[in-house]
Design a protein around this ligand. Structure first.
Ligand SMILES: *[C@@H]1O[C@H](CO)[C@@H](O)[C@H](O)[C@H]1NC(C)=O
Ligand SMILES: *[C@@H]1O[C@H](CO)[C@@H](O)[C@H](O)[C@H]1NC(C)=O
Ligand SMILES: *[C@@H]1O[C@H](CO)[C@@H](O)[C@H](O)[C@H]1NC(C)=O
Ligand SMILES: *[C@@H]1O[C@H](CO)[C@@H](O)[C@H](O)[C@H]1NC(C)=O
Ligand SMILES: *[C@@H]1O[C@H](CO)[C@@H](O)[C@H](O)[C@H]1NC(C)=O
Ligand SMILES: *[C@@H]1O[C@H](CO)[C@@H](O)[C@H](O)[C@H]1NC(C)=O
Ligand SMILES: *[C@@H]1O[C@H](CO)[C@@H](O)[C@H](O)[C@H]1NC(C)=O
Length: 400
């Protein structure tokens, strides 16, 4: 092998290019240094798992290899400061990094696709250095990092994304994200976290906790549930949202003063509004016609307006500190008229308004006090919904 020392640079490059065609078979390789990583540098594809040993320290560069058909894992390498890669484009398994106490650099110049990202306990990681941006991923779980943003995650679609307990995370803007096929969840990140998904149209489940601003102007369809808990924004608007497949919830957000759903016609599960002390009027729902589950409002609101509501297939629980008895007149009449199919409880001047947990506790599709087959009709919607002229008339009169 001493001969290779005398190869001219151009020849060395040519042989490297030839070697790039190689597929190397695992099942796995454990590396503790950049030198160890050179064992797979000439493999275009490494067929197996790449494990960075917990004894690794300083920087580990995984250069040359273009694809890992398996996992890339590093756990508890507490002396590791950087993981870099110049050519790695895809990881077909899980990219898992946990307990990397001082790792501050994650630089992948070519990475565009990962099956799963699992990053937990990376308290020195402040930013990602992904020149191409990860455009495809099925699952993303990021917890306990120091990330300020997730720039470098440039997805167009994702199965699930759960971002929690990243106390410095204040800015999330995934511009190209159009579709979330299972769930998106944010909780306990930076106090001033502002989230923007300008092109998100279709989402399954959405859960936002401890968020200070959310913008989803293109959101048109939520297949599952959408819930907002302990958030600090004053207003929320979903101008293009027409339906949800599951529950819609606003809970424990004291600054919330208005909601706006100008296009929403159907809520496929329950409708829960509770403990938002600043929300004095429940309105902004001009087209809401059908609630497949139960309606559950508890708070300090002085008025309720849902002028198109003609079908609540579950029951209703309405409790407010307000003394405006007209609110309960409307709900009681709507129940008598058959708009509200289940049990109706309405209380004004209630010191401690209670929700009806059995009615809307669920986070997914239909939750209903009326039992039976309500979930099956979640799809029946629009012209095919079984509305009688009479209940429509009553609703239009009562829900001013
Ligand atoms: C990493 O360390 C933690 C605690 O220090 C331990 O619980 C965990 O099992 C370790 N993980 C691995 C994969 O060794
Ligand atoms: C989102 O993905 C689902 C499932 O793959 C698909 O049915 C739907 O059309 C997609 N929506 C958009 C806006 O691409
Ligand atoms: C919503 O999330 C639940 C799991 O929490 C899942 O079972 C369900 O399929 C998701 N909804 C949709 C529409 O994907
Ligand atoms: C998030 O909200 C919960 C209440 O739902 C609260 O207990 C928790 O302290 C909040 N976390 C942060 C980081 O704000
Ligand atoms: C809202 O929906 C309309 C009609 O489908 C569409 O033309 C418009 O571009 C959407 N707005 C946004 C911000 O996506
Ligand atoms: C509303 O607040 C009360 C009192 O803090 C609590 O008991 C109840 O569980 C809260 N309701 C919801 C739906 O969070
Ligand atoms: C009482 O509630 C009704 C129904 O929501 C509303 O039209 C009316 O304006 C409210 N009155 C006051 C004083 O808020």
């Amino acid at each position: 092998m001493a001969f290779t020392k005398f190869i001219l640079p151009t020849l060395a490059i040519a042989s490297a290019v030839l070697a790039q065609n190689d597929v190397c078979d695992g099942p796995s390789i454990t590396i503790a240094s950049s030198t160890d990583a050179q064992q797979i540098a000439s493999c275009k594809t490494y067929n197996g798992d790449v494990i960075i040993d917990s004894t690794a320290s300083g920087q580990v560069a995984i250069n040359g290899v273009q694809q890992i058909k398996g996992d890339l894992t590093c756990n508890n390498a507490t002396q590791l400061t950087a993981i870099t890669s110049d050519q790695l484009g895809t990881i077909t398994g899980t990219f898992s990094l946990t307990g990397l106490t001082i790792m501050s650099t994650l630089q992948f110049d070519s990475l565009t696709g990962v099956n799963k990202i699992n990053w937990v306990g990376l308290p020195a990681l402040q930013s990602l250095n992904f020149a191409q941006g990860v455009q495809q991923a099925n699952q993303i779980y990021i917890s306990n990092t120091q990330l300020n943003n997730i720039n470098g995650i440039e997805l167009t679609a994702v199965g699930s994304m759960d971002i929690n307990n990243n106390p410095y995370l204040t800015d999330v803007n995934v511009n190209d994200l159009a579709n979330v096929t299972t769930s998106l969840a944010f909780s306990a990140n930076g106090r001033d976290l502002e989230i923007s998904f300008p092109n998100l149209e279709d989402a399954a489940n959405l859960t936002f906790r401890n968020v200070s601003k959310i913008s989803m102007p293109s959101l048109a369809n939520v297949g599952g549930s959408m819930g907002f808990y302990s958030d600090t924004f004053k207003t929320f608007a979903a101008p293009n949202l027409t339906q949800t497949g599951g529950t819609l919830a606003f809970v424990d957000s004291p600054d919330l003063s208005s909601i706006s759903f100008p296009s929403l016609t159907q809520i496929g599960g329950g409708f829960l509004i509770a403990n938002n002390t600043g929300l004095k009027a429940i309105n902004g729902l001009p087209k809401l016609k059908t609630i497949v589950g139960a309606l559950d409002f508890a708070g300090a609101f002085n008025s309720v307006s849902m002028p198109s509501l003609t079908d609540v297939r579950g029951g209703s629980n309405v409790q407010t500190t307000s003394t405006n008895t007209t609110i309960c007149d409307l709900f009681n009449q709507a129940h008598s008229a058959g708009v509200i199919k289940g049990v109706n409880t309405c209380l004004t001047n209630k010191a401690n308004p209670d929700t009806n947990p059995s009615a809307t506790s669920g986070g997914t599709s239909s939750t209903s006090t009326s039992g039976s087959s309500t979930s099956n009709v979640a799809i029946a919607f629009g012209p095919s919904a079984p509305l009688t002229g009479l209940s429509a008339l009553f609703a239009a009169i009562f829900f001013l």
